[in-house]
Ligand binder design. Structure first.
Ligand code: PBG
Length: 340
């Protein structure tokens, strides 16, 4: 920073800045680390995992390089890897073929469905890791929607009734955190009272409070087998991307109804929403770095267009800087490994 013979301008710069030189605090790695306001640790990460029927090796998801669909046993192994990496929670999503789907998403209520078996296997193998389950019907419906479809419309209250049962089935299997991702009105209150009524007062709810109708879920729908299934779009229940006040209303409502934690989704294109919710409610608020966000970083990295590792860490740090308590990310194991 200081040069051997100060140029003529130096005195003028000192006068203009009053001697403040912001670069002073950036001059070496140790001082950058010292003054850093926010950082990511493995404790901030939730790892979404895809579970499939059958045994055998993990099967790659074509649109998500480095992401796999795993057998029930493979999920328990992944959970144990996560535990060793210091990741506190894994989130489970089932891959379901057309044969396992129907109009009402009946499989959601089967206590022996894929997700429930995976929860039990994880809890048996790694009792000290948290397990989060999505509460929504889309992996199980033939039309790919999160709720019941009638005459081209998604029924709200009828869907909520089923979601309560789905939450109970998952809680019974050992799920610690229920994550309603369906965006129906009133579902948090109903799920909370269903859980409490069944003696599951300790189970937490992380509501997908502000979930936008987004193009960034594309690869996920491929991973869970919904791509071909989905009829139309989800814009009558997921939020319109132009709105921020509505996100506050959604979050306020979910917190009043009993959500312990809230989430914003997608992540990177919605950091403004994240910060607004954190500032407004002071409730643990999470960001979901969605499949599309993951895949675009991975694709660019694979082409050599960006440094994948640095882009990964930068993206995760951006969530912490914006105020997130934690991040759901497919990068969780790679990031945690790098942070050790
Ligand atoms: C389903 C659900 C979705 C995701 C999580 N839960 C997709 C959707 O709403 O269509 C997306 C996750 C991702 O893209 O990584 N309710």
């Amino acid at each position: 920073m200081s040069s051997p013979t100060p140029p003529r301008l130096s005195a003028a710069i000192d006068r203009a800045t009053g001697g403040t030189r912001l670069r002073r605090l950036r001059q070496s790695d140790w001082v950058r680390r010292l003054v850093r306001e926010s950082d990511v640790t493995p404790n901030d990460l939730i790892w979404p995992i895809f579970v499939r029927e059958g045994d055998g090796d993990p099967e790659p998801v074509a649109s998500m390089p480095g992401v796999f669909r795993r057998s029930v046993r493979g999920c328990a192994e992944a959970a144990s890897e996560a535990y060793d990496l210091g990741i506190p929670v894994v989130a489970l999503f089932p891959f379901t073929g057309p044969g396992q789907r129907d109009e009402r998403g009946s499989q959601a209520l089967d206590p022996d469905n894929l997700v429930c078996r995976a929860v039990r296997a994880i809890k048996a193998a790694v009792p000290d890791i948290g397990v989060l389950c999505d509460v929504a019907l889309d992996p199980y419906t033939s039309h790919g929607h999160d709720g019941l479809l009638h005459d081209g419309r998604i029924l709200n209250d009828e869907t909520v009734e089923i979601l309560c049962q789905q939450a109970l089935v998952q809680a019974e299997a050992g799920c610690d955190i229920l994550g309603p991702s369906d965006m129906m009105d009133g579902r948090i209150a109903c799920i909370r009272s269903a859980l409490d009524g069944a003696g599951f007062r300790d189970r937490m709810i992380m509501s997908y409070a502000a979930k936008y109708a987004s193009a960034f879920y594309g690869p996920f729908r491929d991973a869970v087998g919904s791509t071909g299934a989905l009829k139309g779009d989800k814009r009558t229940y997921q939020m319109d991307m132009g709105n921020t006040d509505e996100a506050l209303r959604e979050a306020r409502q979910d917190i009043l109804e009993g959500a312990d934690m809230i989430m914003v989704k997608p992540g990177m294109p919605y950091l403004d929403i994240l910060t607004r919710l954190v500032d407004e409610f002071a409730v643990p608020t999470f960001a979901y770095q969605t499949s599309g966000e993951y895949s675009l970083i991975m694709a660019a990295a694979q082409n050599g267009w960006i440094d994948g590792e640095r882009a990964m860490m930068e993206s995760l740090r951006s969530f912490k800087r914006a105020g997130a308590a934690g991040i759901l990310s497919y990068f969780a194991p790679s990031a945690a490994a790098l942070l050790r």
